[in-house]
Structure formats: structure tokens, C-alpha cells
Design a protein around this ligand. Structure first.
Ligand code: DP6
Length: 352
């Protein structure tokens, strides 16, 4: 008999960024963060986990990612698998009638519904789907927040992909990390007008991985100390209020300021780290021009550890925002954007 479970997990894009670890082994952050979960129709990982006594033990656990065998021997993945197995083993110990799934090799098959070449962070959706697929297979009685504790050990941002809508990852302060998990700040339906526009500036793999980039920032940036001490706590508070009140102006301002603050600490890292390029900066100018023309803030940019832009806006302002970028996506040159550089993903993405 083969036991099997499938699940999907969405991509999330932070509006208050996670950048810095206080414990690299347990993957504990130096600050809380807040993200928006994007629609699974557009961006998600689908993972199927199966196990069986008939799978040869010599085979061990395996992962097929987008059709290719993928290495799962890394400490992060192993931490997730170990934790899930030990929870299953505890259930089996308590109820001897349960099949001993914890002793069988695991076969994992994962697929993204967006091109890896889009350069979007896929580790968040990837680890969230992996953890939930195995938790379902093992029939673990775990809440999304409990699963977020496990997914966090795979990739920090993954803990936020276990929820839809607006999601906070509370940094916690315990040394063992048992209070460093995600919770939902608001459902997507709370603010049905919210949209995201993904602008793929470059599909090239990022130069410095976020894991190593943030370690370098923690070790060398003075500006970073200010960011975690005052900037982020303030941004978290204002952002939660802005979401509760559906105040787009505030939401947008904090989103842009926090992205700028994060990239400033990257520039303050020694040696400096640059994730944005000239096209990214042209996107910032385009957003500023759109807001200026509208006479109010209708669009907000944010950038992760790479040059691609995500623009948040409200459906009612589609014309002002997407109207402008639409020409970019169609190949016109706007404010330094070069048509050849741009492959638009789905231009408009709603939230889940
Ligand atoms: C800039 O979650 O990829 O996207 O925990 O080392 O796997 P690890 O880092 P990761 O970092 C994401 C950084 C970010 C900001 C964010 O998503 O909050």
C-alpha cells in the first residue's frame, strides 16, 4: 500500500521585510515581518508526498522538483523532515494500531506553476507545501501556526506561506524558537481590492543568496542595528493598523519605506550588496510618476533579494497603474525600462 497526500502553497511577498537571523541553525529572525499572500491560481507550489513499506529502504527520502531530482541532504530540509517524522512517531507510539509511516522512505514531488526563470522567491511556497504535504500524509493534528514553526526551519519566509491574506511572522524571543511563528493579520477578503503586479526585471539567478546576504548584513552593518531596533517595530505597528483600516496611503508608504530601508542596509553591508539594478530604479521612478500624476498614492513598489519589482495597488486604480506598466509589458520603453529586459508575468494578481 502506498500512502499519499497532496497540497499547494502560495507565494508571499513581504511589505515589512525579514532580513537578519539571530540564530542561523534554528532560523530565528532578528525582527518580525509582514507579508501579503498572492493568489495560488497564479503562483504556487504543488507538492505530493508519498510513502510505503514497499519503497526500498536503500532509496532513502527523495525529492523531484519540477521534474528534476533535487538534493534534500541540506540541514534545513533535514530539520523539517526530522521534526515531521518525530511528530508522526509520537502518534504511532501512542496508538500502536497506526501504520508505521515514520519508518518508511518518503517520495516528494514538487511543481511550481510559474517559471523558475521568473526569478521569484520560490523557497517560501516550496517549504510551506513540503511541510504541509508531509503533515497531511502523517495525519498530524497541527494548526497552521504549528506548521509554520516547522516550515520556518526550512526557509524563514516559508512560515508566512501557510496562511492566506495578510500574515505576520512574530520573531519571538525564546532561545529554542518555539514562539517564532506566523499568524494571520487579516483575510484576503478583508481588503478585496488589493492587487499585486509582478514585474520581472531579470530572470537571472540572484548574486548573493538571502541566507548569506543577511548574515553579512548582521555582521557588518551599523544601519541594520537601527533598522531592527526602531524602524521595523514602527513599521510593523503602522502596517497592521493600515491593513485593519484599509488605509492604502499608509500601507503604500510603509511598504516603500521598508523596502528602501532593507536595501539601504544591504548597501551598508561591508562589502556592499546590491540587489536592485538600473531597471529596478526605473520602476521606482515610474511608481513615483504614477502617484504624482494621480495626485495621491495609488501604487507601492517593493523589492526582495533581487531586481524584480512587485507593485501593490487597488483594483479601482488599475488603469492608472497597470495602464502605465501595461505599455512596459507590451514592449514600450518607459523611464529607462527596456522592453528586451522585460518578460511580464501575469500582470495582475489577486490575493488568496
Ligand atoms: C528579502 O526566507 O529566503 O525575501 O530563511 O535564509 O531561507 P532564509 O531566507 P529567505 O529570506 C527572504 C528575504 C526577503 C524578505 C522577506 O521575504 O521577508
Amino acid at each position: 500500500k502506498v500512502y499519499r497526500a497532496s497540497t499547494t502553497a502560495p507565494v508571499n511577498i513581504a511589505v515589512v521585510k525579514y532580513w537578519g537571523k539571530r540564530d542561523a541553525k534554528l532560523n530565528l529572525p532578528t525582527n518580525s515581518s509582514l507579508s501579503v499572500t498572492l493568489s495560488q491560481a497564479d503562483l504556487r507550489t504543488l507538492t505530493t508526498a508519498s510513502c510505503s513499506a514497499s519503497f526500498p529502504a536503500s532509496e532513502g527520502d527523495s525529492l523531484l522538483l519540477n521534474g528534476e531530482p533535487s538534493d534534500i541532504s541540506g540541514a534545513r530540509t533535514q530539520a523539517c523532515l526530522r521534526e515531521l517524522r518525530s511528530r508522526r512517531a509520537a502518534l504511532e507510539a501512542a496508538d500502536p494500531s497506526l501504520p508505521k509511516l515514520s519508518t518508511y522512505p518518503l517520495r516528494l514531488v514538487s511543481e511550481n506553476n510559474f517559471p523558475t526563470a521568473a526569478g521569484l522567491a520560490s523557497s517560501a511556497a516550496g517549504f510551506a507545501a513540503l511541510v504541509r504535504a508531509i503533515a497531511n500524509l502523517y495525519e498530524l493534528p497541527a494548526s497552521p501556526s504549528e506548521l509554520s514553526l516547522i516550515a520556518r526551519q526550512g526557509s524563514g519566509s516559508a512560515c508566512r506561506s501557510l496562511f492566506g491574506g495578510y500574515v505576520a511572522w512574530r520573531m519571538g524571543n525564546k532561545a529554542d524558537g518555539t514562539d517564532s511563528m506566523a499568524d494571520q493579520v487579516a483575510e484576503a477578503s478583508h481588503w478585496p481590492d488589493m492587487r499585486a503586479l509582478v514585474l520581472v526585471v531579470s530572470a537571472a539567478k540572484k548574486g548573493v543568496s538571502s541566507s548569506s546576504g543577511m548574515q553579512q548584513t548582521v555582521a557588518t552593518s551599523g544601519l541594520f542595528r537601527e533598522r531592527i531596533a526602531t524602524v521595523v517595530p514602527e513599521n510593523m505597528a503602522i502596517m497592521e493598523k493600515a491593513i485593519a483600516e484599509k488605509d492604502f496611503e499608509k500601507f503604500a508608504e510603509v511598504t516603500m519605506r521598508d523596502s528602501n530601508s532593507f536595501h539601504a542596509t544591504c548597501a551598508d553591508t561591508y562589502p556592499p550588496i546590491f540587489y536592485m539594478n538600473d531597471v529596478s530604479r526605473a520602476a521606482i521612478r515610474a511608481v513615483e510618476a504614477i502617484n504624482e500624476k494621480a495626485g495621491r498614492t495609488v501604487a507601492a513598489y517593493t523589492f526582495d533579494a533581487g531586481p524584480n519589482a512587485v507593485i501593490y495597488y487597488q483594483e479601482k486604480d488599475t488603469e492608472a497603474v497597470v495602464g502605465t506598466f501595461y505599455h512596459v509589458l507590451q514592449g514600450a520603453d518607459i523611464g529607462g525600462w527596456k522592453s528586451a529586459d522585460i518578460k511580464g508575468l501575469k500582470p495582475t494578481i489577486s490575493l488568496d
